[in-house]
Design a protein around this ligand. Structure first.
Ligand SMILES: [Zn+2]
Length: 324
């Protein structure tokens, strides 16, 4: 453990049970500009790296299952690193993320000791421990940003990463650029003993199972509070003028780089005007019905999103009577 490092307290807060939310790394942000220190961590034999080919994580395939942690030598054999980011220190070793420019399908065919796997698949099939999943989310969102910010958005000249991969600098105009996280509100709209769930337009195309109903959601816009964004989205999608909004939990969502802000919104009325561009369907569900959907026991086969998604956490908390 590094001297004076930050070990976050772990109260039993609701957000900690969301997918991609467990990340116990000490990010050591105050040391990121110390290039010699970061280099020393990287060259230490204990250092490990998560590797991404573009958006796709790479896993080592072994007799015991999959392993996401590559030594420096193992990572080098996968190809040249385009970006390297220091994710943090777990108390025993430093963890880095490496983005590799490589022809992923070719490498996957040539090498039977590695597997390329979508991060959702790693999560839903439990192929990595929760802490690794959280760090993969951190890595994927950051690398998505690097891959799309190779040129300065102020003057158009090439930019370069610095501060252990947490900033990009433009040497032509002096601008500095910071990684983005996009806030998204996701809300369970409730009216007495009922909650509103919808089926997003394009759900089928996105591969969501038939019969899956979920919370409404949308991006927070410039100049908006979380509460105002919730009320605007609920009105736009379902025609309801929601009243009180309470924050419940949040979740880093690395598809590509969002922070899901989970809320409960009170609806004063039950009449709906569905925006067909946003939703294929939306309707009220009783507490009992929502409970059956969570348990996959609904008589019509309707279901809620899996536990990986914060929508599941919001619905479960309301069904259990844990929300105001
Ligand atoms: Zn510039």
């Amino acid at each position: 453990m590094q001297e004076g490092s930050f070990r976050p307290p772990r109260p039993a807060e609701r957000s900690a049970s969301a997918g991609f939310a467990v990340n116990r790394l000490d990010r050591m942000s105050e040391r990121r500009n110390d290039a010699a220190f970061i280099q020393e961590l990287k060259q230490s034999g204990a250092a490990r790296s998560l590797v991404l080919f573009g958006e796709i994580p790479v896993l080592k395939r072994g007799a015991e299952g999959y392993d996401a942690l590559f030594t420096a030598a193992e990572a080098e054999r996968l190809g040249e690193a385009r970006e390297t980011v220091f994710l943090g220190h777990d108390g025993e070793s430093a963890l880095f993320a490496i983005l590799i420019d490589a022809d992923a399908p070719e490498i996957a065919q040539e090498r039977d000791d590695i597997a390329l796997m979508d991060l959702r698949q790693i999560a839903t099939q439990d192929l990595a421990p929760a802490g690794i999943l959280g760090a993969f989310g951190q890595a994927k969102s950051l690398m998505h940003w690097h891959a799309r910010h190779r040129f300065c958005s102020n003057c158009g000249a090439p930019s370069r990463a610095f501060s252990a991969g947490w900033r990009r600098a433009c040497d032509a105009c002096g601008a500095q650029h910071f990684p983005r996280t996009d806030p998204v509100v996701i809300m369970l709209v409730v009216n007495g003993e009922d909650c509103l769930l919808g089926r997003h337009a394009g759900s089928r195309r996105a591969g969501h199972p038939e019969g899956m109903y979920t919370c409404l959601a949308g991006f927070v816009e410039s100049g908006e509070t979380i509460e105002d964004a919730v009320r605007r989205e609920v009105f736009e999608e379902a025609g309801i003028k929601a009243g009180r909004v309470d924050y419940l939990a949040s979740q880093p969502w690395p598809f590509p780089a969002s922070l899901m802000i989970g809320c409960i919104a009170q609806a004063p009325s039950r009449s709906l005007t569905i925006d067909a561009k946003e939703l294929d369907d939306a309707r009220w569900f009783s507490r009992e019905e929502a409970g059956l959907m969570l348990a996959d026991r609904h008589p019509a086969g309707l279901i809620c999103p899996p536990k990986l998604a914060i929508a599941n956490l919001l619905i479960a908390a309301w069904v259990a009577g844990e929300t105001r």
